[in-house]
Design a protein around this ligand. Structure first.
Ligand code: MRU
Length: 343
């Protein structure tokens, strides 16, 4: 896939923020340009930009915009208020908090320093994905069937991706692989975004419903599971898109290696264990309705659930460390026992 420097999932040029509008994909390729920090916050909340690493970069850019927008006389007070506002957009992804913290400190010096720091975060996130790809590629053998959940590709991590970086690298290295893409209800990030990215990269893939993974494992079609992460606690417990946990349990049952790919910014040394991770709850409408295009290419949202019923929509779950074979990081592949969280 070629999300080149000029076309990264999220980036800044001269204080302006550019992001690929992920809500429109895969049907339309559009760039969204939020005019101020409030619009960037809204883009994060509504998932115009999503995926832990890209959320982190976007949050850093929102803080940068706030630095430019701050009133001269009480800028610290303003920046502190904005910091909380950004943090409340999506509470689970650790990258968001790490980025906002870093850019906030620089924003207290000047908007230009804030911009440099925000861009640095986006660059670091991109580079981490590239390295994750190199290390993770070693785990993938010729002929492998690979299961992935949600979207942890270039869209989700600024440029190369986390879980998809090793997969795309393995394909580029000539390995014959097939990727089983969980559709990932309720928002279908797998069916829409991961499939779009894999198609662009020319990687053979097939979309499956979320509850097909058990059968495919039983049939011997899956050799490895790789997903991304939104927050990794100090003991290795990992928050990722709802449904990840059950895939990990199934993988253990069938003795299939289950790996989490993530940059340093996703590891949270201040969070001792998974039960401390705040799980975002999103609107029930994400479950009750689906969006797509009709046969004429017109965008449509339709209700698919019983009118009158309500829904409950936790966006993430926690996979206990005991189910995780290892973490693919920008420094190499490490097991839970060797996990040393340092930022
Ligand atoms: O709610 P989303 O779409 O932002 O959730 C995304 C995921 O769960 C990804 O797998 C995760 O962010 C890791 S990839 C950087």
């Amino acid at each position: 896939m070629k999300l080149q420097k000029n076309n990264r999932a999220v980036r800044t040029i001269s204080g302006k923020v550019y992001m690929i509008n992920q809500i429109k994909l895969p049907f339309k390729e559009e760039i969204f340009v939020p005019e101020n920090y409030k619009e960037t916050c809204k883009a994060v909340k509504t998932m115009v930009v999503r995926g832990a690493g890209s959320i982190g970069a976007a949050a850093g850019f929102a803080m940068m915009q706030a630095a430019f927008e701050a009133p001269k006389n009480n800028s610290k007070e303003f920046l502190l208020k904005v910091k909380t506002e950004i943090e409340e957009t999506r509470p689970t992804a650790r990258d968001l908090f790490a980025a906002v913290d870093r850019v906030f400190k620089k924003a207290l010096i000047s908007p230009e320093e804030a911009e440099k720091e925000a861009q640095k975060i986006a660059d670091e996130t991109s580079e981490a994905g590239r390295k994750i790809g190199e290390y993770g590629n070693e785990l993938i053998k010729d002929g492998f069937g690979i299961l992935t959940h949600c979207n942890a590709g270039p869209l989700a991590l600024v440029e190369y991706g986390s879980a998809l970086a090793p997969i795309i690298k393995a394909h580029q290295n000539g390995k014959n692989i097939i990727v089983y893409v969980d559709e990932t209800r309720p928002r279908n990030q797998g069916a829409k975004l991961t499939a779009w990215e894999l198609q662009k990269a020319g990687v053979p893939h097939v979309i499956i419903v979320d509850n097909a993974a058990g059968l495919l494992m039983q049939q011997g079609k899956i050799d490895i599971v790789i997903t991304g992460a939104d927050r990794i606690a100090a003991n290795g417990d990992t928050a990722n898109k709802i449904g990840t946990f059950e895939k990990a349990v199934l993988a253990k049952e069938f003795d299939i290696p289950f790996y989490i790919a993530a940059p340093d910014s996703t590891f949270d040394e201040n969070c001792p264990a998974g039960h401390e991770i705040k799980i975002e709850e999103r609107s029930e409408n994400e479950i009750l309705y689906v969006s797509g295009i009709d046969e004429k290419g017109k965008e449509k949202t339709i209700r698919i659930a019983n009118p009158g019923s309500v829904a409950y929509n936790p966006a993430f779950d926690i996979t206990p460390a005991k189910y995780i074979s290892g973490f693919i990081t920008s420094k190499g592949v490490v097991s839970v026992n060797n996990l040393q969280i340092k930022q």
